[in-house]
Design a protein. Structure first.
Length: 577
């Protein structure tokens, strides 16, 4: 009874307060069965344990402590650093490009210079005013390889320069890129969140590049190029190259190639049509981008004979006055009874001594002194290679132009490595006249010819004007050298001479020609001529090579050299004392 009285009293209080506590609800078996327990009916809620509140409080405090520490660190400890970063978020650095140095010839004729173009909009970073000096080149043909071209600074679509320098891509532009480039400056601009420019200021002014003067003579270079180009177009040579050099200083007065490329187009092409023209030049079968004078490798032919004549004298396999009979072919009997091996001369010469053999370019004479024949001793391929290397063949000359190549001097090791075959005496014969695997650049031959003219010094060719001359003494024997010089002079003055096309009034020239047969059919040839002048007091050496012409051509490299030398006589002071 007391229990029921207590419950009644509690219910009365609940009714009065309109609140019912869970413990005031009387549950018994009569009403429990009517409740849906899946919906949590008839179940009492249990209060969370106090430890849950403490745990949550500790976690929240830890997170707040971490954020508070980071906030304190950023604002107080590293406040200055982040302030600078924030300031820089609205500052941009814009490069200011210097004027690239000009390139001029020895007489002050400007060959490469600058003009300026710029965008006009100043509303945003992507189109802000950027002055980029535009590179331009002389439009006269014949200068593309020696001058080269450049790649401009480049920026992405947002206006940020990802290439902030000019890059020289060929010729003097590439070799002397550092001197020509100068030092770029910087402009600081302040921009808004919308990238509009609020203010700007130059903090570093650019330093212009160094102006460079070349040893090249503009007019002589043009004359040489025109002679080579005209001959190639007239009789069908694929290309050609030529050079004129001071034999004492190594200064290059002319260095040209045909065909050339348009360096103005390569540098400044912008339209679709211009880019198409660039692609056509890059893929041309005429190899317009090959610097034939510096990088082109050619079979030299008979131009090596003066150097191997010197080897024969120094190895004492023959005297200058000794005669060898040239019947038109050297025949090697087959000791097994088979077919004889025949090494042809380009014509029968009869009895010739060394001077006459150089002048007439007798193959049979040099077969014998090079490889030996019957009672005639030969120098042999090992010694021939040593003397070729003495005169600088097989190595670069050190010219101040990029991508210089060097030739190949064949020998037994070379043949074994390339063909896995043993060396034969016939290989020596062919090497003795500049055939077989022999290759060289026109520049190698020019330097070697200069050494015959200057008394035995290998000079380092250079296109820059001035500076110290670098030379290597070869310690050549004066008497033997004199014989070689006389033979080269006879090649011009005597009727048997292969260079008699260079008989020019007012110029005494010593020269050596060469015709190198190409391919299996030998219907195409490279035509060479090299030499020096004036003969008695030499000052200059020259070389011309005409590439891949018909064997039947009556005009070769000698014709192009003659036209150039005639122009020099009539239009310059180089031949005056």
């Amino acid at each position: 009874m007391n229990l029921f009285r207590h419950i009644s009293t509690r219910r009365a209080r609940v009714a009065a307060s309109h609140e019912i506590d869970p413990e005031d609800v009387f549950l018994d078996s009569t009403n429990l069965s009517d409740l849906d327990t899946n919906q949590f009916q008839g179940q009492l809620e249990k209060p969370l344990h106090v430890r849950s509140f403490y745990g949550s409080f500790i976690i929240v405090m830890m997170v707040m402590s971490v954020f508070s520490y980071r906030l304190f660190s950023m604002q107080i400890v590293e406040g200055d650093v982040y302030k600078e970063k924030a300031d820089n978020n609205h500052l941009r650095t814009i490069p200011l490009f210097p004027l690239r140095g000009t390139i001029s010839d020895r007489n002050g004729q400007v060959l490469a210079w600058n003009s300026v173009f710029s965008s006009t909009s100043t509303t945003s970073i992507a189109s802000s005013s950027q002055e980029i000096p535009k590179r331009e080149y002389v439009k006269t043909p014949g200068f593309s390889h020696i001058l080269g071209y450049v790649s401009y600074p480049k920026k992405d679509q947002s206006g940020v320069f990802w290439q902030q320098e000019y890059v020289g891509k060929d010729g003097v532009e590439k070799y002397y890129n550092t001197r020509l480039s100068g030092v770029k400056g910087e402009r600081i601009i302040e921009v808004t969140a919308r990238k509009h420019i609020e203010s700007q200021n130059v903090v570093v002014y650019p330093t212009n590049g160094e102006n460079i003067t070349l040893a090249i003579d503009f007019n002589l270079q043009t004359a040489l190029y025109n002679s080579i180009a005209s001959l190639a177009q007239e009789v069908g040579f694929l290309g050609g190259a030529g050079a004129v050099m001071d034999i004492h200083s190594g200064e290059i007065l002319a260095l040209t190639n045909y065909p050339g490329y348009d360096n103005n187009l390569i540098t400044n092409a912008s339209s679709e049509e211009e880019n198409k023209k660039v692609a056509e030049e890059l893929t041309s079968k005429k190899e317009k981008f090959l610097d034939r004078a510096v990088s082109g490798l050619y079979v030299p032919g008979s131009t090596v004979k003066p150097f191997f004549a010197y080897a024969a004298l120094m190895e004492k396999v023959i005297t200058p006055e000794q005669y060898i009979y040239s019947s038109g072919a050297l025949v090697i009997k087959n000791k097994y009874g088979g077919k004889d091996t025949v090494f042809k001369d380009w014509k029968p010469h009869g009895y010739v001594n060394m001077r006459e053999a150089i002048a007439a370019s007798s193959d049979e004479y040099f077969y014998q002194v090079g490889g030996g024949y019957k009672d005639q001793k030969g120098v042999g391929i090992v010694k021939l290679k040593q003397y070729a290397e003495l005169f600088g063949f097989g190595t670069t000359t050190g010219i101040d132009l990029p991508d210089e190549n060097h030739g190949v001097i064949p020998d037994p090791e070379w043949k074994k490595k390339l063909f896995n075959e043993d060396w034969l005496v016939g290989n020596t014969y062919h090497s003795s006249i500049g055939q077989y695997g022999f290759q060289m650049t026109p520049l190698e031959l020019l330097r070697a010819t200069a050494s015959l003219a200057n008394g035995g010094y290998l000079v380092t060719p250079r296109v820059i004007l001035g500076g110290e001359s670098n030379k290597i003494a070869l310690n050549l024997d004066p008497k033997a050298l004199k014989v070689i010089q006389e033979g080269m002079r006879m090649a011009v003055t005597e009727d048997i001479g292969t260079a008699k096309g260079l008989r020019i009034d007012g110029i005494e020239i010593a020269a050596k020609t060469g015709t190198a047969e190409l391919g299996i059919t030998k219907q195409q040839v490279n035509s060479w001529v090299t030499g020096y002048f004036p003969y008695k007091e030499p000052k200059y050496a020259f070389v011309v090579v005409m590439e891949k012409g018909k064997r039947s051509n009556l005009k070769g490299a000698t014709f192009a050299a003659r036209e150039t030398l005639l122009w020099m006589r009539d239009n310059t002071d180089y031949l005056k004392k």
